[in-house]
Ligand binder design. Structure first.
Ligand code: NI
Length: 171
């Protein structure tokens, strides 16, 4: 396994829409290796989710593990959200592509997601809480959308200034 470089804002690639994963890909050892590398990259970062577009791959899939014990890896290939609860949940989100920046985002508290697992088996999963937030955040990445897009212009400005400052202090 190997660590993959994570693209950082404002890399234009983060704005690309990923295309569906083709059926043949499931049997491709390179695809399986890529998923393993994404998990390793996510755990190492550390983060709770990583979407393909963040590692410069434009196929619709993402890896997630929101557990503290880091032992419940989930793969979502070609995911779609079938239902969203009207109940909302506010979570202070961050993103491995926008390191050091955190802001409150409101999303559906519960969702029903349909996807394929890493071997091509279709599944449906009802999730809520942090996992629901994470699935929605990662799915947005596949459509070129970032959590800062939900912020008011003022808050986004503040977040991006913070990012700039953090980058300067890292140099
Ligand atoms: Ni993210």
């Amino acid at each position: 396994m190997s660590l993959l470089p994570i693209l950082e804002y404002p890399d234009a690639a983060l704005r690309k829409t990923a295309a569906p994963v083709a059926v043949e890909r499931f049997a491709d050892p390179a695809f399986q290796r890529l998923l393993d590398d994404m998990f390793q990259t996510m755990y190492e970062a550390p983060g709770i989710g990583l979407a393909s577009t963040q590692v410069d791959v434009f196929e619709r899939f993402m890896v997630i593990d929101v557990t503290e014990t880091r032992d419940q890896p989930l793969v979502f290939v070609n995911p779609t959200i079938r239902e969203r609860s009207s109940d909302l949940r506010v979570h202070t989100e961050g993103c491995l592509s926008i390191p050091g920046v955190f802001a409150d985002v409101t999303r559906a508290d519960g969702i029903l997601v349909e996807a394929f697992d890493r071997h091509g088996a279709r599944f449906e999963l009802g999730v809520d809480g942090l996992l629901a937030t994470c699935v929605q955040h990662e799915l947005d990445h596949l459509d070129g959308k970032l959590f800062i897009d939900y912020l008011s212009p003022l808050k986004r400005d503040r977040a991006l200034k913070k990012l700039e400052k953090l980058r300067k202090s890292r140099e």
